[in-house]
Design a protein around this ligand. Structure first.
Ligand code: GRF
Length: 197
């Protein structure tokens, strides 16, 4: 199975997926990495791992439609079976959602449906969890549709919020869990325990 990973920034989740494939916990390969940020660590990681990678953005290509066409070309070229959004800060064009219906997943650093939706990304999520005095946060992996964070939830894991947590401390604990959980869930997808298509 060929996986495409989309990432905008650090790419530590991308790295966890690559390592899971290299280590044999995931029986698949990261065939291509796509980023909308030319300077992202995610692209540098792909380069280091000798994985094909593309910087594709509206800024560079002019319109959402051309961006979608270029993304689709790259996905076709590497015969992609599954797309994983791992910190990708853009909505995907409907043509991509249609073409890869049910085969696109996103990881969100909280227990959806709480703390999701437009604007709920990065530290905004963890700040909101701390402000709401939640005792539990977690990680959600869900299918991607045309609305932020609202596609079918395929897997969740709980991460405790401890008494003196700041949003930064919580963020680090959640991210660490993401790295293990991604490997578990992607392996379930590859093995057919979570259906594609
Ligand atoms: C993670 O918290 C993920 O849940 C969110 O973006 C972050 C990605 O971190 N969607 P990194 O760029 O993989 O280090």
């Amino acid at each position: 199975m060929n996986i495409a990973v989309f990432a905008s920034h650090g790419g530590s989740d991308l790295q966890a997926i690559i390592d899971g494939c290299k280590g044999g916990q995931i029986d698949a390969k990261v065939a291509v990495v796509i980023s909308n940020n030319a300077n992202s660590m995610a692209l540098k990681r792909a380069e280091r791992e000798k994985i094909s990678h593309y910087y594709l953005s509206v800024k560079q290509l002019g319109t959402e439609e051309v961006l979608a066409e270029e993304i689709l070309k790259a996905l076709e070229k590497y015969s992609i079976d599954m797309i994983f959004l791992a910190g990708y800060m853009r909505m995907l064009h409907v043509s991509i959602l249609d073409r890869y219906h049910n085969r696109i997943f996103n990881i969100h650093p909280a227990l959806l449906p709480k703390f999701g939706g437009k604007g709920m990304y990065g530290m905004n999520v963890h700040n909101a969890v701390i402000e709401a005095k939640e005792r539990e946060s977690g990680v959600t992996i869900h299918r991607v549709n045309a609305e932020y964070d609202s596609g079918e939830i395929v897997a969740q894991t709980i991460v405790p919020v401890l008494n003196n947590d700041t949003a930064e401390i919580l963020a680090a604990r959640v991210l660490e869990r993401e790295h293990e959980f991604l490997v578990e869930v992607i392996s379930d997808i590859v093995e057919g325990k979570i259906q594609l298509g």
